[in-house]
Write a protein that binds this ligand. Structure first.
Ligand code: SF4
Ligand code: SF4
Length: 675
């Protein structure tokens, strides 16, 4: 059994120790200086209150930073990162324990805690985690050199950090082997790799004296590399080791699909054209990026070869912050023009990158460090639309239509009720009592021929189930989702205020929507304008009506169906189960899942106002329909009018109309109700 552990005793001298601590102090100063510089850059951002619900925030840090909750979701990189991360943590703790004992508790208090059984396990654990970390680094090298995933860019920084860490680990084992060779301890077997190195050195004919000398030099080399690694960390991508827990702690805890409200009356600038127009959290995000590429792997724009890569946007903004930040700091946040070499929007980040975003949230869902991409993209779009009037030309008509007719198609507001002709559909203006559901039909349900069928199916189901409801009809106007997400906050606010005023005139328990965009905007964003409503999506109500036996489903739907998750129903609002439960309850229907489903669902390409913009090939909706077609279903079911349109278009454009249809779940339910 080991007694006192001879670590540095075999070469101990006081001047060496003093030098070691002087060097350590220098490293701490270099590290601290860099950290302070970045902190000052984050502070250039606007205020953003992120200190509510501290308990939950700490829990999330444990779950997703320490527990690597999202990192391990991807098998290969997850395992690789887990091995490196746990190795790093355990070896750091082990090293700190040695320093505490050898330089403090032993000389000051004559107290030794690295001894007996504890030391045996300590030694074994360090050996094992060192080996695991080396394994993780080898996986990282293999991935970068051989596998080379499309969105993983290898830079000099990656070579430096992998090499330094590998040298630290290997020299650690060399030191251990030399120490075992010199001291021949009885516990050597508890450090198996150290023992192996020791046997190699003995096999090479090294004497104890040679090993002792070598130990001193290797130890100093190991120490200097470790210090260099530590000092380099905040200048490299490894800075994320420190920013990740902070970023996870300060993440947004509000509803996922909400965009911030711009105070148009008081705003000094509209949107973000400079780094200090972002919030401090948005700037901290930039320094948290691990460059893992997961956001770009799942981005529909990147996948379909559009100019947008969410990782690139984050890294370009990070670089830009480094370029102009010092100028801002020099001028106390009043402008970085002296240092400025280029514009943030249009040069550091290109217009076409910003217009490629469908706001599908796949990037944010995949990001292991909870970077919030969408608010930054929308802030820069706001600048383009409101300050520069620079946006895709086809959107001009969309804005005009929303403004003058209250819908993006530009059809007369007077025609908003036409879809319901021939059906019994109560109107709110005719009701003199509270209704259970105000059915918000939305522009698509009111004007788009395909979606009109869904609106008609819904009212037929509601009538059959005896639901107490009414619609706004002509009093309804566009909810403004597309205007806000394209960046026209001014137009959005006009529409939102108008709708809130209308809604607040009536008495209803809940709002029913057939569109996830209406669901998200009315349910989460209208609160910013005094409209607090409980909103239900038609998939949820259908599920409830079926469960409670309010609607009977006698007819067999003998078809194979796959369900396409709408981004605004799924990733933005976590409604995955209700539409699936509805489909599963239809007799004879066979439900098949696409590989990308639920939170990994692939966008249809319409969100973020993209519905109203031109798209070049290859198209997002084509990519999605190819995936669906692999399953050979009869129907791709949806619960969103925009998804339905995009998928139907893709079916037609890829000439699949004979074998495949896109249908809303409400149409399938109505069909099953027919006897
Ligand atoms: S929200 Fe979707 S489209 Fe936009 S950057 Fe993220 S993944 Fe890409
Ligand atoms: S933004 Fe997030 S997901 Fe994208 S590369 Fe950076 S850390 Fe990875």
């Amino acid at each position: 059994m080991p007694g006192t552990v001879p670590t540095r005793e075999i070469y101990w001298n006081i001047s060496g120790i003093i030098w070691m601590y002087i060097l350590f102090l220098i490293v701490v100063i270099i590290f601290g200086w860099r950290f302070y510089q970045r902190y000052k850059l984050w502070k250039l951002g606007k205020p953003d209150a992120r200190l509510d619900r501290i308990g939950l925030r700490l829990k999330l840090v444990f779950q997703y930073a320490l527990g690597q909750g999202r990192v391990i979701k991807k098998k290969y990189p997850g395992l690789m990162h887990l091995l490196i991360y746990t190795g790093f943590i355990i070896l750091t703790i082990g090293t700190i324990l040695i320093f505490v004992e050898v330089d403090f508790t032993r000389p000051i208090f004559s107290w030794t805690f690295l001894k007996s059984t504890f030391y045996l396990y300590y030694s074994l654990i360090l050996d094992i985690f060192g080996i695991l970390a080396i394994g993780g680094l080898l996986l990282a090298i293999y991935r970068r050199v051989v596998m080379r995933p499309a969105n993983l860019k290898s830079k000099k920084d990656d070579i430096v950090v992998i090499t330094l860490f590998l040298i630290i680990l290997l020299t650690g084992y060399v030191i251990e082997g030399l120490r075992i060779g010199v001291t021949q301890p009885a516990w050597a077997a508890w450090s198996p790799l150290g023992l192996l190195f020791s046997e190699i050195f003995s096999g090479l004919g090294m004497t104890a004296e040679t090993m002792q000398h070598l130990h001193v030099y290797t130890w100093w080399f190991h120490l200097l590399i470790a210090f260099a690694f530590l000092a380099y960390m905040p200048y490299s991508k490894l800075f994320h080791i420190f920013t990740t827990p902070m970023n996870i702690f300060f993440q947004s805890l509000g509803a996922k699909g909400v965009l911030s409200k711009m105070e148009l009356e008081e705003a000094e600038n509209f949107g973000a054209s400079e780094i200090n127009h972002f919030s401090w959290k948005e700037l901290m995000d930039l320094d948290a990026c691990t460059e893992c590429g997961r956001c770009s792997d799942v981005c529909p724009a990147t996948t379909t070869e559009k100019p947008l890569s969410p990782m690139k946007v984050i890294l370009d903004l990070q670089k830009y912050m480094g370029e102009v930040g010092p100028g801002f700091l020099k001028n106390k946040g009043n402008g970085g023009s002296e240092q400025k070499t280029r514009k943030m929007v249009g040069e550091a980040v290109l217009d076409e990158e910003l217009w490629g975003c469908t706001t599908c949230r796949a990037c944010q869902q995949a990001c292991p460090v909870y970077i919030e991409h969408i608010p930054k993209i929308i802030d820069m779009r706001r600048h383009l639309v409101l300050e520069e009037s620079r946006f895709p030309t086809e959107v001009t008509t969309t804005f005009k239509n929303m403004e003058t007719n209250g819908n993006p198609w530009g059809i007369s507001a007077e025609d908003r009720e036409k879809w319901s002709e021939g059906l019994t559909v109560p109107k709110m203006r005719e009701m003199n009592k509270e209704v259970d559901y105000l059915f918000w039909v939305g522009c698509a349900g009111a004007y788009d021929a395909r979606s009109q069928k869904v609106a008609r199916a819904i009212v037929q189901i509601l009538n059959a189930a005896g639901v107490n409801y009414a619609i706004l009809g002509k009093e309804e106007t566009c909810n403004g989702d597309a205007a806000r997400r394209i960046g026209n906050e001014y137009l959005f606010q006009i529409l939102a205020e108008q709708n809130v005023e209308t809604l607040n005139r009536y008495k209803f328990k809940k709002i029913l929507t057939m569109c996830p965009h209406c669901y998200n905007t009315i349910g989460h964003e209208y609160a910013q304008f005094g409209g607090q409503y409980q909103v239900v999506h038609h998939s949820e109500l259908l599920q409830e009506l079926i469960k409670n036996g309010k609607i009977k489903l006698p007819k067999q739907i003998s078809r194979t169906v796959t369900y396409h998750d709408s981004c605004y129903l799924g990733r933005h609002n976590d409604i995955y189960e209700a539409p699936r439960e509805v489909l599963k309850s239809l007799p004879g229907l066979k439900l098949k899942e696409m590989p990308r489903h639920r939170e990994n669902g692939f966008c249809c390409g319409a969100g973020g106002g993209r519905m109203w913009m031109e798209e070049h090939h290859p198209k997002v909706n084509h990519n999605r329909i190819e995936e669906a077609a692999e399953l050979k279903p009869d129907v791709v079911s949806t619960a969103c009018p925009f998804c339905s349109t995009m998928l139907s278009d893709a079916i037609n454009e890829t000439k699949r109309q004979e074998s495949l249809k896109s249908e809303d779940i409400a149409l399938l339910v109505l069909e099953a109700m027919e006897s």
